[in-house]
Design a protein around this ligand. Structure first.
Ligand SMILES: [Zn+2]
Length: 298
């Protein structure tokens, strides 16, 4: 296929900038917060959303915008007259509340030669081939890791960078025939609220693909469904000298509840379409009080 005069960049000569984009996005802290009731749960997620909307407009996507809830929408116009479904490429902007997303300092391992990868700011943390056999498929490629003190945020800024680079590629190559393509970037996926405020009418897509998977060539077409609940357990405090027969330890009660959940429906043991229970205890200091979270899938 040859390029048109309006787009001198061809598939062969196109300079992908996915790595540069990725490194630009991961240093923006977008950690979400399950304790917040706002949308987005943290205002800082809009810092990245505003940057992405601006970059999309700079690519020529005039309708690109960040809405009040922290969602980014944009449209790559069709280059084909055929009537085909409108598809959407989707990714989330937030990172997990479980680990810091501030002051991310990526490590780039160029032309990976194999072997374990030590994280430089915390050498006790090593990405071992024995634990991550997929590393063997990356020999000769560049690998990006965190420095060991924060999340990297590849989940899912890798998806953002992929979609942005693909958008630039398609815009630069209008000879590639495609229908209307919608882009959607969401906040708060890590806390189970990623699609709560999506305006499906405005999005106008028939099908959407989330770029949040594992390796190249891997497609997930089914997942489990779950919802969230919080159980607050109040134990009974008592002075140790008088506690016999009186003190009730909240964590013990919590453990008893977890133990009674049907074992065959716990995380990782389900047919994909079933509900599941995933329980964690949050780190409260008081032994008389414990909280059980039955979480949404993440
Ligand atoms: Zn993700």
């Amino acid at each position: 296929m040859t390029a048109t005069s309006a787009s001198p960049i061809t598939r062969d000569s196109f300079a992908h900038d996915v790595l540069e984009r990725f490194l630009r996005y991961v240093v923006i802290d977008t950690q979400s917060d399950p304790a917040s009731s706002t949308c987005p749960s943290t205002a800082k997620q809009k810092d990245l959303g505003a940057l992405l909307a601006r970059e999309l407009r700079d690519l020529g996507l005039a309708d690109a915008h960040l809405d009040a809830h922290g969602y980014v929408y944009a449209t790559i116009p069709a280059t084909s007259d055929k009537s085909v479904p409108v598809i959407c490429f989707c990714s989330h902007m937030d990172t997990s509340p479980d680990c810091s997303g501030a002051d991310v300092k990526p490590q780039i391992v160029r032309n990976y030669a194999g072997g374990d990868i030590v994280l430089p700011a915390d050498p006790t943390q090593v990405i071992r081939v024995t634990d991550n056999p997929a590393l063997r498929d990356q020999i000769g490629h560049d690998i990006v890791t965190s420095d060991g003190t924060t999340l990297l945020g590849a989940d899912n800024k890798a998806g953002l960078a992929e979609i942005m680079d693909a958008a630039r590629f398609l815009i630069a190559n209008p000879q590639i025939k495609h229908g209307t393509i919608k882009i959607l970037f969401t906040p708060d996926e890590e806390i189970g609220r990623g699609v709560d405020k999506v305006d499906l009418t405005k999005l106008g897509a028939d099908f959407a693909y989330t770029m949040d998977g594992e390796t190249a060539g891997h497609i997930e077409d089914e997942t489990f469904s779950a919802d969230g609940a919080v159980i607050v357990i109040e134990g009974v405090s008592a002075h140790p000298g008088f506690a016999k027969g009186k003190m009730e330890h909240a964590i013990k009660i919590a453990a008893g509840i977890v133990e009674r959940l049907p074992k065959h429906t716990r995380q990782g043991r389900l047919p994909a379409s079933d509900r599941h229970h995933r329980c964690t205890r949050d780190g409260e200091a008081q032994p008389h009080r414990s909280r059980l979270h039955r979480c949404r899938s993440g």
